[in-house]
Design a protein. Structure first.
Lengths: 146, 507
């Protein structure tokens, strides 16, 4: 029944500037999916688990997650998402300024699908985001066949 | 008790010194007493022998005197016997005694040569004796010629009676004199023996007193030593505790700084991402503007566009370039702080490192660059083996060797020498180059973060040496620099031979 439902993008990012940059690049990559932006973990989790348009109640989604949030750590959100059956296949893209190997490994261990560091070199960052668009196109396939 | 009374320690040390001096004095005094006792004993014994000799001498003289009187009496008796009986046996006895008497007198004279009183007696005795002997001889001869039947009358027998009593008296006087001498000499001998005994007893008493004093001193000394040892121990324990406390404080402060550096650098990156991102956005937005300007210029050349063209084509791109360069630089600096803080949080794991192998590996990794620049790197063997964190040690040495290659004096092929040796509980290393050197004013500065020295003709942010020093401090070592401009530099590193396991592991 979800076959034709578009993937919702849930962006959890406390820095408005970053959020805007990410959104612009996503749009520039030709992706027009709905983007739900949250600046803190609590409201993001509320949307994911209880929101009427959230992934549990309403179709597939992709999560763009910043690790440094004011109210909780991004890894907490990651753990919560990956521990629920209905959500554990939801792709999570971690976007953060950290390039600490230990933290990256921890994210992958927790089930993160892609890890992108926010580099100051904007071009590579924009590239990564555009790659994300391709990724988005790919992940729709299993969702469709399911 | 941690706090000690320094005066107490001082006093104790002083009395210890005094005791040591007293002990030495006691030993010296004891030795002196022993020597004195030995000398006086030897002297007293020699005197005793001398006195004994004199006593014996007296006895000899007395013996001779008594023999003389025996001979004299015997001669008298034999004559009397002969005169009465005319028996020839008496004649023989008389002759023996008569010939022995003068010899005996001579012997006596020789023996008593030292005594004028005895000599006087002997001198007196001599004419009496010869007189007597002559008288005897005469009477004997007369008797021989007289008829055997007629016995000599009593008058003849008694005619020299006064002479005999005189001789007897003299002999008695001599004996008295000798007895007097004997008494004196025996007394002297006894006194001498008493003196010897007294000397030995006094020496014994002195030595005993000294020994007791020395034992008391030694016991006090030992007690003092025990006391100061206990004191030292407690001071040491206090010191260790204080050091442990300081170390804990330092570790906490260091952790705080590390965390601070991490958070700051991390959070500084966020706004930077915005600056950079929106700068790019500006650039992107500039493109349609430039295109528009171009189009307007073509289609409506009448509109004055000079200011707009300058802004869009020159000023804006220039501003963007500067913003971008500045942001990049800031990013590099933040990354450097981040790296340093990460390095500071890394747990050090000591392992045994053969520095020859380790440095060989580093040299191999820079060999390509070295060949390109005509530089030579010499590792002076033997190089010590230390127990330390491999990664940290590698970073320190590769950083310094790379620096030496990088800052070679132009026109002079670099020659880099690395040497090391074990010094007690640590190891000292030297990295010497003949490069462009570092001005004295910058010797401390170059170890600070983001500071560089000399002409800025090489890429870099001024992070390397700060990193090196931070690492060496963490490894428990130190680094110093000897350098002269245009001559070269020598970095001296000292590292502990064994790195203690990391106590300040970050949580």
């Amino acid at each position: 029944m979800n076959t034709h439902q578009p993937v919702n993008i849930i962006m959890i990012e406390d820095d408005d500037g970053h959020a805007r940059l990410i959104e612009r690049n996503i749009r520039r990559a030709g992706i027009s999916n709905t983007i739900h932006h949250f600046t803190d973990g609590t409201s993001a989790l509320e949307f994911i688990f209880n929101g009427s348009e959230g992934p549990i109640l309403n179709g597939p989604a992709m999560v763009l997650l910043d690790l440094n949030l004011p109210d909780m750590s991004g890894t907490d959100i990651l753990t919560r998402i990956k521990s629920v059956d209905k959500l554990k296949r939801t792709p999570v893209v971690v976007l953060t300024t950290t390039d600490d190997k230990v933290e990256i490994q921890r994210c992958y261990d927790l089930g993160c699908n892609v890890y992108i560091t926010k580099p100051v070199n904007y071009e590579s960052f924009a590239d990564a985001i555009r790659q994300l668009g391709l990724f988005l196109a790919v992940i729709q396939v299993p969702e469709v066949t399911e | 008790m941690v706090a000690q009374d320094p005066m107490g320690a001082g006093r104790s040390a002083l009395s210890t010194e005094a005791i040591r001096r007293l002990l030495a004095a006691a030993l010296l005094l004891g030795a002196a007493i022993l020597v004195a006792v030995s000398l006086s004993a030897a002297w007293l014994v020699a005197r005793d022998q001398e006195y004994t000799g004199w006593v014996n001498h007296t006895y000899t003289v007395e013996r001779h005197i008594s023999r003389f009187s025996v001979l004299f009496e015997r001669a008298e008796a034999a004559r009397r016997g002969y005169l009465l009986t005319h028996d020839d046996r008496y004649l023989v006895g008389y002759r023996d005694s008569a010939t022995a008497l003068p010899k005996e007198l001579e012997a006596l004279q020789a023996l008593t040569g030292d005594n004028p009183r005895e000599l006087a007696a002997i001198t007196e005795l001599e004419p009496l004796l010869s007189n007597k002997l002559n008288t005897l001889e005469a009477s004997m001869r007369a008797a021989q010629t007289q008829s055997m039947a007629a016995p000599t009358d009593a008058a003849t027998l008694e005619e020299d009676q006064p002479l005999v009593s005189q001789i007897r008296e003299l002999l008695a006087r001599m004996v008295v004199e000798e007895n007097r001498l004997l008494q004196i000499r025996t007394e002297r001998q006894t006194a001498n023996a008493d003196l010897l005994l007294a000397a030995v007893l006094t020496a014994g008493a002195l030595l005993a007193a000294l020994s007791i004093g020395a034992v008391i001193l030694v016991r006090r000394y030992a007690a003092d030593l025990d006391g100061s040892q206990a004191e030292l121990r407690s001071v040491n324990e206090g010191l260790e505790r204080a050091v442990a406390e300081r170390t804990a404080d330092l570790t906490r402060a260091n952790d705080e700084i590390q965390r601070f550096a991490y958070i700051v650098s991390h959070d500084l990156r966020s706004p930077l991402v915005n600056v950079m991102g929106f700068t790019s956005e500006l650039e992107v937005s500039l493109k349609p503007l430039q295109a528009l300007l171009h189009e307007v210029e073509e289609k409506a050349p009448s509109i004055p566009l000079k200011a707009a063209r300058e802004a869009v084509q020159a000023d804006l791109p220039e501003s963007i370039t500067f913003i971008r360069a500045a942001t990049r630089k800031m990013d590099r600096l933040i990354n450097a702080i981040l790296r340093l803080s990460r390095e500071g949080r890394r747990t050090l794991t000591p392992e045994w490192l053969d520095m020859g192998d380790l440095l060989g590996g580093i040299v191999e990794s820079v060999q390509h660059t070295a060949l390109e620049r005509g530089a030579t790197i010499v590792l002076e063997s033997p190089l010590p083996t230390i127990s330390s964190d491999r990664l940290a040690v590698e970073q320190v040495f590769s950083n310094l060797i790379e620096n030496a290659l990088k800052y070679a004096k132009p026109g002079r092929p670099a020659r880099i020498v690395v040497r090391g040796l074990t010094t007690g509980s640590g190891c000292a290393f030297e990295i010497e180059d003949n490069g462009r050197g570092i001005a004295t004013a910058d010797h401390e500065r170059i170890f600070e973060l983001f500071r560089r020295s000399g002409p800025q003709d090489q890429p870099g942010e001024g992070i390397g040496l700060a990193h090196v020093r931070a690492l060496i401090y963490r490894l428990g070592g130190s680094i110093t620099l000897d350098s002269e401009l245009d001559r070269g530099s020598t970095f001296r590193i000292s590292l502990p031979r064994t790195l203690l396991r990391d106590r300040d592991q970050t949580a």
